[in-house]
Design a protein around this ligand. Structure first.
Ligand SMILES: [Zn+2]
Ligand SMILES: [Zn+2]
Ligand SMILES: [Zn+2]
Length: 333
């Protein structure tokens, strides 16, 4: 049973997805459904003895290309629509005990290419208006499978968080004739204290307005709107800066660092999005090695985030732990 229910109080959709209750919860390593199937062993979702990067349909999807009819009726106050869309799982590597941080930069580069292909392909579906690429990492975020993987949701509407960024970018453009995210990047570079890493095509920084202690934004230096706008050199630079940041995250507390990673690209529904600017945001839930930041009353009930650390100090901690990504092979296809 799944459907989209309209919340008139916030003017946004809520998805019901009761089938997700049944999903696999933290299976032991030898019963991982995302590992290759070993001959004579437990049959996983991948019947092959190995793979490199794999994209699967989510077995417990929130959105479906052929969704069931909603279980409840629409009314004027409470519109309901089928939960049409696509949910995919992206397996980063066949290595169960790995993580994106531990994978070689060449593998991350291949992943950037896979993300780009999925953005293009899902974005071309007539019922898809927005392709959202993300990763939930770590049990602190509620991950139910440890195998290194991310997800893609192709939504039948532009989600509210993106609509809000689009509106703010458009407002800034109308006031100043400039791109808001280019201006944010310029300000962070001028100040310098919150910059975590930089290369030819991307900068990583904890923004002035960070909500989370270790929130990092990776922003393209060139004004562009989506993965599909990147040159091959920019794809490599994206892999390099991701590798450097993820390794620095793991070095912070000497453990695999939990985070939400979300990619903010232009919508794929027709329209002009020249005022928008591609970036990736990381929201790690830790404020110290053994302390989680919770979204409590003020954050959840009022929308005011309270960050009890200074972005300038947290950025310095991360910056000290940055080292450049080492490419063994430049000739990855
Ligand atoms: Zn596995
Ligand atoms: Zn820009
Ligand atoms: Zn954003």
């Amino acid at each position: 049973m799944s459907e989209l229910r309209w919340n008139p109080l916030l003017c946004e959709w809520v998805a019901t997805a009761t089938q997700r209750q049944e999903r696999t919860f933290l299976p032991p390593a030898d019963y991982c459904p995302l590992c290759p199937t070993v001959p004579g062993g437990f049959p996983t979702e991948i019947p092959e003895p190995t793979y490199d990067i794999a994209v699967l349909e989510n077995r417990f999807p929130t959105l479906l290309a052929e969704p069931p009819a909603p279980a409840v009726e629409s009314s004027d106050l409470y519109p309901v629509r089928p939960s049409r869309g696509v949910c995919e799982v992206v397996l980063y590597a066949p290595r169960h005990a790995s993580s994106l941080a531990q994978e070689p930069v060449e593998q991350i580069y291949k992943l950037v290419q896979v993300w780009t292909d999925r953005f293009r392909e899902l974005g071309a579906l007539e019922f898809v208006e927005y392709v959202f690429i993300f990763e939930n990492k770590g049990e602190a975020i509620g991950v139910t499978l440890h195998h290194p993987h991310g997800q893609i949701y192709a939504y039948p509407f532009v989600p509210p968080r993106i609509e809000r960024e689009l509106e703010c970018c458009l407002g800034h453009l109308e006031r100043t004739a400039r791109c808001l995210i280019c201006d944010i990047l310029g300000e962070e570079r001028r100040d310098g204290r919150r910059i975590v890493a930089e290369n030819g095509s991307f900068a990583a920084f904890i923004p002035f307005f960070a909500r989370w202690p270790y929130e990092v934004h990776i922003v393209a230096s060139r004004h562009l709107q989506a993965l599909t706008d990147l040159t091959a050199a920019e794809q490599r630079d994206l892999a390099s800066i991701l590798k450097s940041l993820l390794v620095a995250y793991d070095r912070l507390f000497d453990k695999s660092f939990p985070y939400m990673m979300v990619m903010h690209q232009r919508p794929t529904r027709p329209g002009s999005y020249e005022h928008y600017h591609f970036h990736i945001e990381f929201y790690p839930p830790l404020r110290r090695a053994d302390r989680l930041k919770y979204l409590a009353g003020s954050e959840t009930g009022a929308g005011l985030f309270i960050n009890d650390t200074l972005p300038e100090e947290r950025a310095a901690e991360l910056r000290e732990r940055i080292s450049p990504a080492v490419w063994v092979s430049r000739s990855v296809p």
